[in-house]
Design a protein around this ligand. Structure first.
Ligand code: ATP
Length: 360
């Protein structure tokens, strides 16, 4: 099953909710649409499901144009934020519902329901009513109900957002394991970057109705194309500067009085051009006395906090305040306010990003 979106767009009057989305989702992929509230994630999902009619563009399923097919003909599984289980039906009856609608025989239904409940590890709760289950269990029933008729594509709209943090983390792992086990295509919507990164093979980052970047979680985190992407996928330091030749063919970026050694990476840069550097906190090391790095900067700790796995530190430098993350196992010193430290990072550590943040 391959799903393709070609220039899919949706406007409400003059308001553009989704602007020309192009996407290809290969068989068995776990794709997440990630973006802030109002960025158009649900609208895209709803157009794929067939509930929202696109203003323009097309949807193809295995090469067949399904843009104007009604939702029931598309036969996609769906799980939404509110579990929407039937309160008066048992767990087994809830899961059997899509099969009853499809006119499946009782014996066949029972077998499929058993299989689906096994899949989400709820077989022993088959006779309970939804209100006798925890939120996480109810969400798993909703998953079983969406998977029981073996849809080619499962659409998930913030299915875990109503759960508390610990339960959400547990269900994320289950969802990922389930996806691996059944090898179906999943399209998930969330505004939670950790969830998107930990679950997905591929993530599409949306802002203001546009897909800004599509890629594997690591690629997006390590090589964000724009400031918005870098910022949305975790913390970063942004340093505005100008491209310079630093001698012996090395390129660099001048930030204030500081010349930074910088590999251009994927970015196309020309001498003298203004650029923005994104430098992740964990790419900055606190140097010991004997340590060197491509880039070295004197700094003074202005604040710090202990986070268990390490320390988060804000330090004042010649290029302004920098945020850094110092792993506890590799801490050459214990942070103290006012302490003088030396920071270092390699020429590949930062990425040159497009500055798209104005008004975002
Ligand atoms: P959230 O995370 O808050 O659910 P989202 O990224 O899923 O947000 P959408 O629900 O797709 O965002 O909405 C995108 C934009 O389209 C929003 O600004 C929303 O107000 C607008 N919108 C959605 N549905 C309608 C509608 N029926 N009429 C007018 N505007 C709409």
């Amino acid at each position: 099953m391959t799903l393709e979106l070609h220039g899919l767009a949706k406007s409400y009057g003059s308001f553009v909710a989704v602007e020309g989305a192009d996407l290809m989702v290969g068989r068995g992929t776990f794709l997440t649409l990630l973006g802030p509230s109002g960025s158009g994630k649900t609208t895209i999902l709803s157009m794929i499901a067939g509930f929202t009619e696109p203003t323009s563009g097309q949807i193809f399923l295995d090469g067949k144009d399904i843009t104007s097919e009604p939702p029931e003909k598309r036969q996609f599984g769906m799980v939404f934020q509110g579990y929407a289980l039937f309160p008066h039906m048992s767990v087994a009856e809830n899961v059997a519902f899509p099969l009853r609608v499809r006119g499946m025989s009782k014996a066949e239904r029972e077998e499929k329901v058993r299989g689906a409940l096994d899949l989400v590890q709820l077989s022993r709760f088959a006779d309970r009513l939804p209100k006798q289950l925890s939120g996480g269990q109810q969400q798993r029933v909703a998953l079983a109900r969406a998977l029981v008729f073996e849809p080619a594509l499962l659409l998930l709209d913030e299915p875990l957002s109503a759960l508390d943090k610990k339960l959400r983390a547990e269900l994320q792992e289950e969802l990922r394991a389930l996806h691996r086990r059944i090898g179906r295509t999943f399209i998930n919507v969330t505004h939670d970057q950790e969830e998107a990164m930990s679950l997905s093979d591929s993530v599409a980052i949306l802002n203001h109705g546009r897909i800004i970047q599509l890629g594997a979680p690591e690629a997006l985190y390590e090589q964000p194309r724009t400031r918005f992407v870098a910022d949305f996928l975790g913390k970063s330091n942004f340093l505005p500067g100008t491209v310079r030749e630093l001698g012996q063919g090395t390129l660099g970026v001048q930030v204030g009085a500081l010349r930074i050694r910088q590999e251009p990476g994927a970015a196309k840069v020309s001498l003298g051009a203004p650029v923005l550097l994104s430098l992740r906190p964990e790419k900055i090391r606190v140097l010991g006395d004997a340590d060197t790095a491509d880039n070295v900067l004197e700094a003074r700790v202005t604040s710090w906090s202990y986070l268990g796995a390490g320390f988060s530190i804000i330090a004042e430098t010649a290029v302004g305040p920098l945020r850094l993350a110092m792993p506890a196992w590799h801490a050459p010193f214990h942070p103290a306010e006012g302490a003088a430290i030396r920071l270092g990072w390699s020429a590949e550590a930062a990425t040159i990003v497009e500055d798209d943040d104005a008004g975002a």
